[in-house]
Design a protein around this ligand. Structure first.
Ligand code: ZN
Length: 887
């Protein structure tokens, strides 16, 4: 906590460290109340640095010993500052010995060394290592670690750290020890230890090279029956990285540990990944299809970091997307390959783009907008954002789109050849891509340095006599904080042209000579403000399909007639754009209706939308389409995504329109939904595979629509699904249907569900989430849930399950016109700020688009933000978010 104004850190101020660290030896005497940490580092002066003093970071540490080359340092030889320890004028070579004392059981921030359910865990990314000992805690300082853990044998039978176990034994006095050595040099943020009462599921796995490795998934006793899926996902990840990128696991042992108290999803510590339980534990009784899929992708993500992040790491935290954008891209590709089919890949792509639009586009248009490689930050923890991760992944994907899959692989190979074992920058990655392919990617750099979502406008002209089709693309990008005007981006725009029968027309560009087998999708490279591309040999006026597979993270402005959208929805060979056409059609109608409702609240009576209903009916009943695809195509754009399209947001109007459309679709397609429901029931045993999950998804979408009718028939359907479900996906879908309406079984089902699962923390989270997002849950109901004995602010998953779900996932209630939602938000941010700044700052983001709302809401939101601002000492994390929001 602080009262002074926190400092801004700038990328341009980067300087190399004065000292390198070669080896680090650590000894931990683990005790929850008071842990002693002895650290011995060998360091040498960096000839490239002009600094004379050795700067170490440290936070909340008690310094018990400080020796340089064997001698205790006198008081004038060093200085302790705000979070720093500076040693004056040390010799060329330094052996630094430090002893610190820390208090893990008082650590509610969950950064550094902390206790969760009686066990010890660490979290060091980004700057948590400095809460364990004084150290040059920056990612370009890479060292080899040897770590000895000592602890009570009975309470902490398992002692883990990075790398290989080289020694273990008894210490007498009921204590024991284990010594771990990590053969690879690593930055301090990848350090980890775990100590406690845990059990593991282990398997040996043979790599393509023939080498055998030991794989372990560590969990609390009682959770061993929930580890199989994570283990399978790990094996699939290892195989995939060998096949797709030729990257092999470099250790003989790879461990995953699950922890119930965790700020984020998971962490890629070298050889010892630590995971939020939410992304490890699964079986059909407790986990949904979405959970199974998330586990696969997060296990993959952390495993893939072993090369993209660990072997090659970041020079400084401004380069965070170097590892995160690239690793998200890799996990997205992995998940797509695991599904295997073309539509499966498209479904995955649509889901990823939905996340981008739902979360990243708003960020890019708001007060926290920042480039993929930011220029400054106050608190680095606030920059683990959807821009760094998801937009960063889109930027990496564009290399692949521009260079082809093989070209991209060449670039990756060169990147590892050049930089294995180094801490590098986004420019180094781009240079590897360019050099491996002999391409000039200078302009592409703007994707890293300019924030904001570009808009690409499409204008077309058909010349029936010359059989030519002109496509003019122009780009623009709105200003973002600190960047008034933008230069044009290098944008790959994948294009196809459809003939009147809906078939792809072979594409020939006027500029290039016509080959015999013309492709049906071409990637146009838009590099200027405005460019015209001329297609020749176009036999008839085509319908253009632009930005296929979402080839760039932009907003596409294109004037389609309703009929053209319905046509694309039915015929486009690009599944992404087929989905997109339906979303455009729905969006167009919803925006028009929202405007009407705002002028006249009665506008939704006698609603009739024949075009939309007919096209939805055609999609729903098209048995040739993958059920998973149909589910996505029949889901209306979310209220958040609709809000993004509006200059002034009225959440009540948006909600009313979306709800009315859902009811209309329920009524007019009632029988079709019933047929889809019955046709996609699975009788057999549960499997989370994509095809079974897709059928369940469509069936449960049908249930959701039917539940909009809130009649006896839909109540009975939901109740019977709830009673007979053999898996959590069907359970949750049925419970949500019951909870959202006036079904007589509602209260019993909610109470019974809690009773049945009260010992499964992750399911209790779901129970809170479902209620937080239910239609009739207002602030008073949320407060009542907060006084439930199972609720606590201290566990991030639990806090998120109720508070975040309400503030971000229940727009009409959160934005209640009396402002009660905002008052509740302010209280929650203030309360969380004292416990866990990182979690508090995430919640603080919920109001950052306040300027976009209707004047009465806007004023109340601003009040709530100011209330937090003056509430007392704020953490750097919350301070930064609130200050930038109000600026
Ligand atoms: Zn990551």
């Amino acid at each position: 906590m602080r009262t002074d104004t926190p400092q801004t850190i700038y990328r341009k101020d980067y300087t190399p460290p004065a000292y390198w660290v070669d080896t680090v030896e650590m000894g931990f005497d683990l005790d929850p109340a008071e842990t002693r940490v002895a650290t011995r580092m060998t360091m040498r002066r960096n000839p490239d640095s002009r600094a004379r003093n050795l700067l170490l970071h440290g936070e909340g540490l008690q310094l018990a010993q400080l020796r340089v080359n064997g001698k205790a340092l006198g008081p004038r030889a060093y200085a302790l500052g705000q979070g720093t320890l500076e040693i004056f004028n040390p010799p060329q070579n330094v052996v630094l010995e430090i002893e610190t004392v820390i208090k893990p059981d008082q650590n509610t921030s969950l950064m550094g060394l902390y206790v969760s359910n009686g066990n010890f865990f660490t979290q060091c990314e980004a700057e948590g290592f400095r809460k364990i000992t004084y150290f040059p805690d920056r990612p370009d300082v890479m060292a080899r670690y040897t770590v000895m853990l000592r602890a009570d044998k009975e309470r902490y039978p398992v002692l883990l750290s990075n790398g290989n176990l080289i020694d273990q034994g008894d210490l007498g006095d009921g204590r024991h020890y284990a010594t771990w050595e990590d053969p690879f040099k690593k930055p301090s943020y990848l350090f980890a230890l775990v100590a406690g009462n845990l059990v593991c599921h282990e398997e040996t796995y043979r790599l393509q090279s023939g080498r055998e490795v030991l794989l372990q998934v560590w969990v609390e006793e009682g959770n061993l029956d929930k580890t199989q899926h994570a283990m399978e996902s790990l094996k699939n990840s290892i195989r995939w990285d060998e096949e797709r990128f030729g990257l092999e696991l470099d250790l003989d042992r790879f461990m995953i540990v699950a922890v119930g108290d965790f700020n984020m999803g998971a962490m890629e510590n070298k050889g010892l990944n630590i995971f939020n339980t939410k992304y490890v534990l699964a079986n059909p009784r407790i986990a949904t299809d979405a959970d199974f899929a998330n586990i696969e992708s997060v296990v993959g993500h952390e495993y893939f970091h072993n090369w993209t992040g660990n072997r090659v790491t970041c020079r400084d935290w401004f380069q965070l997307s170097l590892k995160e954008g690239l690793t998200v891209f890799r996990d997205q590709e992995f998940s797509a390959d695991m599904i295997g089919t073309d539509t499966g890949r498209a479904v995955k792509r649509i889901e990823d783009v939905r996340v981008l639009r739902q979360a990243q586009f708003p960020e890019d248009a708001g007060p926290m907008a920042h480039p993929v490689r930011p220029d400054s930050y106050v608190e680095i923890n606030n920059f683990y954002t959807v821009t760094i991760y998801e937009k960063g992944s889109e930027v990496v994907r564009m290399y692949q789109t521009l260079l082809g899959k093989d070209g991209f692989r060449k670039g990756m190979d060169l990147y590892f050849q050049r930089h294995d074992g180094q801490a590098v920058t986004c420019d180094d990655f781009r240079a590897a891509m360019a050099d491996a392919n002999g391409r000039d990617l200078t302009q592409f750099e703007l994707w890293y340095s300019q924030a904001g979502t570009p808009r690409v406008k499409v204008e077309t002209r058909y010349d029936a006599i010359g059989k030519q089709y002109e496509m003019t693309l122009s780009q623009s990008c709105p200003p973002t904080p600190g960047e008034e005007s933008k230069q044009p981006f290098h944008i790959p725009v994948a294009v196809g042209l459809l003939d009147a029968a809906g078939r792809d027309i072979p594409l020939r560009l006027a500029a290039s000579g016509a080959g015999p087998d013309a492709p049906t999708t071409l990637v146009l490279e838009l590099t200027r403000d405005k460019q015209t591309f001329v297609f020749t040999h176009v036999p008839e006026r085509p319908v253009p399909s632009v930005l296929r597979d979402f080839s760039a993270p932009v907003i596409l402005d294109i004037d389609y007639a309703d009929e053209e959208l319905a046509f694309l929805m039915a015929h486009d060979s690009d599944a992404f754009n087929r989905w997109e056409a339906g979303q455009r059609l729905a969006m167009r109608r919803m925006l028009a209706l929202t405007e009407q409702v705002e002028a006249d609240p009665a506008a939704l009576q006698n609603l009739d939308e024949p075009m939309l209903v007919d096209s939805f009916r055609a999609t729903l009943n098209d048995e040739a389409l993958d059920p998973a695809f149909r589910e996505l195509a029949l889901t209306l754009p979310s209220e958040t995504i609709i809000a993004e399209q509006m200059a002034v947001v009225n959440p009540q109007a948006i909600h009313a329109v979306r709800r009315a459309l859902r009811r209309l679709l329920a009524q007019q397609l009632r029988l079709d939904w019933r047929v889809a429901y019955e046709g996609n029931r699975d009788a057999g045993p549960y499997s989370p595979d994509a095809s079974a999950a897709g059928r369940r998804g469509l069936k449960n979408l049908a249930l959701g629509y039917l539940a909009e009718l809130d009649d006896t028939e839909s109540h009975l359907l939901a109740q019977s699904q709830y009673d007979n479900a053999n898996n959590m996906t069907d359970r949750m879908a049925a419970l949500a249907a019951l909870a959202n309406g006036g079904a007589p079984g509602r209260e019993d089902a909610l109470a019974g569900f809690y009773d049945e699962f009260k010992d499964e923390a992750l399911v209790v989270d779901k129970w809170f989430t479902l209620q937080a997002m239910a239609r009739n849950t207002d602030v008073a109901a949320v407060r009542a849930l907060m006084s439930h004995p199972a609720f606590t602010l201290k566990n991030p998953n639990r806090a998120r399950s109720l508070i975040f779900s309400f503030c971000n996932g229940n727009p009409p209630q959160f934005h209640a016109t009396d402002g009660s939602g905002y008052g509740f938000w302010a209280e929650s941010v203030i309360a969380l700020n004292r416990i866990n700044p990182q979690v508090a700052a995430r919640l603080a983001r919920s109001l950052d688009r306040w300027r976009k709302f209707t004047p009465p809401l806007r004023a109340m939101m601003q009040d709530a933000l100011r209330q937090v601002a003056r509430s007392g000492p704020l953490s750097k994390d919350v301070h930064e978010v609130i200050t930038k929001s109000l600026a």
